[in-house]
Design a protein around this ligand. Structure first.
Ligand SMILES: Cc1cc2nc3c(=O)[nH]c(=O)nc-3n(C[C@H](O)[C@H](O)[C@H](O)COP(=O)(O)O)c2cc1C
Length: 191
């Protein structure tokens, strides 16, 4: 039996500077850092997995952000993943600067010591990945930091946390249905 042909979309010209609204996958993360006795947090949506082993994650951290120099100098951070329960906190953290605000004190997330880096983990996030900066070659040109995740802490429940994915223009997608409906179409090595 031939598969039913999927419907074709009628597409229009679209401003290239706004295509991020369709490509930004999220989930948004809270990046915590520490440098010279101070700690900070920023919200980040522009990240991508680059390799499984070693576990590499690339992140864009704008040079105007207070976190930029803290992370560039300390060469460490923690990528924490929030759920929808603390979405408002994540937005507040992403709308002010650590240069004039102690975000842990102002917004209440609990800083806990990490195992292998000085940056703290955030207790209210369901996952925390301790990261070391392993390649800064693209930092000057693209604000692109290549991190290796050296330790991961992940809650056992829920299995599929309700993560928040930024679509731009103040709009989020909250993760929804999970399905293994197409699992049988994978080659075993691709799972
Ligand atoms: C939903 C959301 C996503 C964001 N994504 C990024 C990002 O990917 N990269 C970035 O540099 N800033 C991003 N920002 C902006 C920073 O979080 C914001 O500039 C923050 O105030 C920086 O904090 P800092 O100056 O204390 O480092 C985002 C903000 C929000 C609210």
């Amino acid at each position: 039996m031939t598969a039913k042909r999927a419907k074709a979309f009628e597409k229009r010209d679209f401003p290239v500077h706004e295509i991020r609204r369709f490509l930004e996958p999220g989930p948004i993360v809270l990046v915590s850092s520490a440098w010279k006795g101070a700690t900070n947090i920023m919200t980040m949506g522009w990240h991508t997995v680059m390799e499984f082993q070693p576990s590499l994650v690339g992140c864009v951290i704008a040079s105007g952000n207070h976190s930029f120099e803290m992370i560039r100098r300390s060469m460490e951070c923690v990528i924490n993943i929030p759920t929808v329960d603390i979405a408002a906190t994540a937005v507040k953290i992403g709308n002010c600067s650590g240069s004039d605000t102690d975000k842990f004190a102002a917004f209440g997330p609990t800083a806990e010591p990490a195992d292998g880096v000085k940056a703290p983990t955030i207790a209210e996030c369901f996952a925390s990945f301790e990261c070391r900066l392993v390649d800064a070659a693209l930092v000057d040109t693209y604000n692109f930091f290549m991190f290796e995740v050296v330790k991961a802490h992940v809650a056992r429940v829920p299995k599929y946390p309700k993560t928040i994915h930024y679509r731009g223009d103040g709009t989020f997608m909250v993760s929804g249905e999970n399905t293994a409906r197409w699992r049988r179409l994978f080659r075993p090595g691709m799972l």
